[in-house]
Ligand binder design. Sequence first.
Ligand code: LMR
Length: 389
Amino acid sequence: MPDDPILGLNELFKTDERPEKVNLGVGCYLTEAGNLPLLDVVEEAETRLSEKKLPHGYMPMSGIPKFCEAVKHLVFGEASPAVVEGRITTIQTLGGTGALQLGAAFAHQYLGVAKAVVSDPTWGNHIAIFKGDGLTVSKYPYLNAAKDGVDFEAMIAALNEVEEGSLVLFHACCHNPTGVDLSHEEWRKVLEVVKARDLLPLLDMAYQGFGDGLEEDAFAMRLFAESGIRFMAATSCSKNFALYGERVGALHVVCGDKREAEVATSILKALVRAEYSNPPAHGANVVAEVLGDPELKKRWFKDVVEMHDRICEMRRALAEAGEAEGADLSFATKQKGMFSFTGLTPEEMDRLREEFAVYGVRNGRICVAGLNHRNVGYVAKAMATVLKA
Ligand code: LMR
């Protein structure tokens, strides 16, 4: 069986002994020095937690209440009517992946949803997760032919054909793998179709803060929540807290009213109990500590801005270095978030890896957050060489 196209590549990268190697495969934010960061606020929260000398008891099946409340507010806003009315149930999950899995299981087993539609292209694991939960998966068009924007007309036309009641996966921000997002106007039109077709949206937001900012990136979430429709959302603290290995995420189910949200909570708890019983404590305790302390929270907001700004700087640097090498890499500045779609073919991506030790996903995706001022020129040169040949 072939290895996973993203995580398998990461394993391969580790065994590559070429000193010039560059990892633009997996979606991890790296610092200018090329390291995974340990955020100061995370370090401080961990120190505080270790001083408390907490015993390692079981967590509630739905997760740590303070964590769930804090991430709900981060995603929907504290003053959101849906939050205030108690219409949203938030369950701590095993990262964003766990949230997607739990959401799909809930939809299939309890809401009777049989079909899911995802954007073409999408994160490969979406398809695997949904199929694993018993849904049949099809795609709606997303990217235009030039691969530099959304083919919105085709997308809407396809959504209008989706069978009523189907689950539809949307990327709330920082589309993975393309880096191409919908405008506010387009989101409003999508919402109209969702309502008209009675679709069940699942909004995936693994990169809040890396597109336009923490508040700005939550636009679609808040628009949908304020519209009064029922939907689900999967969020993650892997990237914006750099807590990848701790598996910290959340599933939010936005219901019609408080009573319905309570019923959803009990169903989700039963699913969790049968699947993994209850979630791990450490990462969620760290996030709860940071978001629960106004001073730490402020510092974390600055950390996210810093990571966002460095990504934007690397986008500009890649486009400029491409220009110097005679290659048009301007896609980098047109897209948002951690990823860019280079337009390179799988064979060209193989050449990048084999000849230049530059690792990107075979579908043409690179993780811009793996670039820095020392490797960006080398990567641009490698891409220019491959594109010329
Ligand atoms: C990615 O797309 O690279 C990340 O979401 C990591 C993963 O699990 O694939």
